[in-house]
Design a protein around this ligand. Structure first.
Ligand code: AVJ
Length: 336
């Protein structure tokens, strides 16, 4: 595909983004809520945590002392960035699910100004605000860098990525852990299918470790995670004209060892019912009943190897910390 002229350039103060969401139906919160809240046990997909307030709470979580994931992954990235970014001139640095810009800054710092002036940073996220924010801060710090924001759902719209330049794709933070077994294979296979010779993929995985460490990360002493968990009810209130009282639910988070995942739930403190006005659903809760709001997979080495193999990816580098709490993998399509 030839390089589109001027649609992507954004070396000025304004953030330019391309939105691809209108082209195809967005995920439907009404349909998801109806299905999840009439199921037994009840559930809500975890993507609905992330309105503006939920995204801010997640940023706060990443700075909590108990939430080791961010610090450990960033220390691994600091160690490998010089080697990863050595050959970054004239390439696209693509970030799938752009959260805070702290991790990508590590990579851009390692690239150096000379390389950065020839590169593009491409944050891809379903949230226009997340993309714009990722772009804005970086353009201020790195005026030489070209930034192209892509508002799209990377679980099914990877074809909208520009091609023509070598890509370094980053899927960090163990976001992969929110996807189920088959879904995570399908997602990585989808990424793999877009990759050309010379392209690389960096994926962060949170590892299985002692239960106390994992559970503390999801039950922080300041209750930020509890607030984050309950926020999904506020999202339903505003999006679907519902009348959830977040204070009527307790935050529950535990490591399900058999399934190798942290589960978050909201547990009703009393018998009550809730109306979701705009979808015409009324749902009742008994005291102690739960809504499953998130699963966050914790990986073992064989588990990662199997996932890579099933996705058609070969492992080119495996980077971890002293305690092996987190892994950052360099992956490439496995052609044979
Ligand atoms: C963004 C999915 C990696 O599972 O650790 C943080 C989200 N949930 N605290 C995670 C989250 C509760 C986070 N991920």
């Amino acid at each position: 595909m030839s390089e589109p002229t001027n649609r992507y350039r954004s070396k000025t103060a304004a953030v330019r983004t391309r939105s691809y969401l209108d082209a195809r139906p967005r995920s439907d919160i009404g349909e998801d809520a109806r299905r999840g809240l009439t199921a037994t046990p009840k559930y809500i997909p975890c993507k609905y945590f992330y309105d503006a307030y939920g995204s801010k709470l997640f940023e706060d979580i990443c700075r909590l002392p108990e939430y080791y994931l961010t610090d450990v992954e960033m220390s691994i990235l600091r160690g490998i960035a010089p080697h990863i970014m050595r050959a970054s001139a004239h390439s696209d640095l693509v970030e799938l699910g752009s959260g805070s810009d702290r991790k990508i800054r590590i990579m851009l710092d390692a690239a150096g100004e000379g390389n950065r002036a020839t590169m593009r940073y491409i944050p891809v996220d379903i949230s226009e605000a997340a993309v714009a924010e990722a772009a804005r801060g970086l353009m201020r710090s790195y005026p030489e860098l070209e930034v192209l924001g892509v508002v799209a759902d990377f679980t099914r719209q990877l074809d909208v990525l520009p091609d023509g330049r070598p890509k370094l794709l980053c899927f960090l933070g163990s976001t992969i852990g929110n996807f189920g077994g088959k879904e995570s294979v399908a997602l990585l296979r989808g990424v793999c299918d877009t990759m050309q010779a010379g392209d690389r993929l960096l994926v962060g995985f949170d590892m299985v470790k002692p239960r106390e460490v994992i559970e503390a990360a999801y039950n922080d002493s300041q209750d930020v995670t509890a607030e984050f968990n309950r926020n999904v009810l506020r999202v339903l209130n505003s999006e679907l004209d519902a009348d959830f009282d977040p204070d009527s639910f307790d935050h529950l988070a535990f490591f399900n060892e058999e399934r190798q995942r942290v589960e978050m739930h909201l547990q009703a403190r009393r018998d009550h019912s809730v109306r979701l006005g705009s979808i015409g659903v009324e749902t009742s809760f008994r005291r102690g009943e739960t809504i499953h709001t998130e699963s966050s997979r914790k990986y073992t080495e064989p588990g990662i190897e199997e996932l890579a193999r099933r996705a058609g990816l070969a492992i080119k580098g495996w980077h971890t910390d002293d305690r092996r709490w987190f892994s950052v993998l360099e992956l490439v399509p496995d052609h044979h």
